[in-house]
Design a protein around this ligand. Structure first.
Ligand code: F6P
Length: 362
């Protein structure tokens, strides 16, 4: 395996401020071949796990910056499952035309049980060797990057690109898809607040995020919700009902709670609790579960740019021979973190923001 980078080492890829600046910095000079390693000629790129808005922009960036380096770029269909099945095609610049604004992933994505077994991973390596592919770019979240690390541990050059709407990936402050998912949640919150105000009703909205409360907490703060429930902090349903009740008492025209799908009291359990205690609590709670709506639709400008930067950073890492890393964002700089540090970990949520949410929600 390649030498590991120190955690969070800044590298130089950034989006230039203007087109003229862009033409000055791109194409970049080809780096000198790493001693002992033949120069890269062929790479493959795949998207894996839950799709995220911006994955297409990342694919486009990997393909076009790879082709710029005179590499042959293979697009692998349906994640690791497609890799094992040798389901891939060569992608040129035009093949990724027009996708930057499209949600989903043109390559398709999957969660592959076969790849979790060593036999599946060995099969994937055989496929890569059979195609003469020198390196792989994996665009995805936690499970996908653990898979990337498993290949790196078997000695194959891999670079991961941080992409998940959950924003729970260690090695990147923000991941591809988060901004779009958050804006979709916000739009839903804003819409619910208008109808809540008309009818003086209480609403519950559940957002995705698996076991991470990032999307719920941030959309509650940005949407001006009256309460929030996240997996990281156990929330008493009585406390939530009190917040909703006192919102009206304070003269608010609406009362809305944002719930993370992974919270102990998720939409189903909280709605059941309110239904059981309807008489005592004194009001109904209307429920909206946002679900996969958050993963669909066009990526925002922020996600297109992040994905473009990270895709370009991935090919730069490969060109330098610095693989076995995840490229992500820290303090608006691109950073590379060893996949071994990323795999099996989860980025903790900054729960200090819960205190801020509690001040603002009053
Ligand atoms: O990891 C992204 C995510 O959308 C989570 O927020 C959610 O829990 C999960 O994927 C849903 O997975 P699936 O699309 O397989 O139902």
């Amino acid at each position: 395996m390649d030498a590991q980078l120190p955690a969070a080492a800044p590298i130089s890829v950034g989006l230039p401020a203007s087109v003229s600046e862009y033409t000055q910095v791109w194409p970049q000079p080809q780096p000198a071949p790493v001693r002992g390693r033949p120069p890269i000629k062929r790479i493959a790129v795949l998207t894996s796990g839950g799709d995220a808005p911006g994955m297409n922009a990342a694919i486009r960036s990997v393909v076009r910056t790879g082709v710029e380096r005179d590499w042959l770029v293979f697009g692998v269909k349906h994640g690791y499952a497609g890799l094992i099945a040798d389901d891939m095609a060569i992608l040129g610049r035009r093949d990724v035309g027009g996708i930057i604004g499209q949600g989903g992933t043109m390559l398709g994505s999957a969660r592959s049980a076969e790849f979790r077994a060593e036999a599946g991973r060995r099969q994937a390596l055989d496929v890569l060797a059979g195609r003469g592919i020198d390196a792989l770019v994996v665009i995805g979240g936690n499970g996908s990057q653990s898979g990337a690390n498993a290949l790196a541990e078997l000695g194959f050059p891999v670079v991961g690109v941080a992409s998940t709407i959950d924003n729970d990936l260690f090695g990147s402050e923000v991941t591809i898809g988060v901004d779009t998912a958050m804006n979709i949640a916000l739009e839903a919150i804003d819409r619910l607040k208008t109808t809540a105000s008309s009818h003086h009703r209480a609403f519950l909205i559940e957002v995705m995020g698996r076991d991470c409360g990032y999307l719920a907490l941030m959309s509650a703060i940005a949407g001006g919700a009256e309460a929030v429930a996240i997996p990281e902090i156990e929330t008493d349903p009585e406390a939530i009902s009190e917040k909703l009740r006192t919102a009206y008492a304070r003269g608010k025209p609406h009362a809305l709670v944002v719930v993370a799908e992974g919270a102990k009291y998720n939409a189903e359990r909280l709605a059941a609790y309110f239904a059981e205690n309807r008489e005592r609590l004194g009001f109904d709670l209307r429920t909206t579960i946002l679900g996969h709506v958050q993963r669909g639709g066009a990526p925002t400008a922020a996600d297109r740019l992040l994905a473009t930067r990270l895709g370009a950073a991935a090919t730069e890492q490969l060109a330098r021979g610095e693989t076995g890393v995840l490229v992500g964002l820290s303090k608006n700089e691109i950073v590379a973190t060893p996949l071994a540090d990323v795999a099996g970990k989860r980025k903790p949520l900054d729960v200090s923001l819960v205190a801020l949410a509690e001040v603002l929600e009053k």
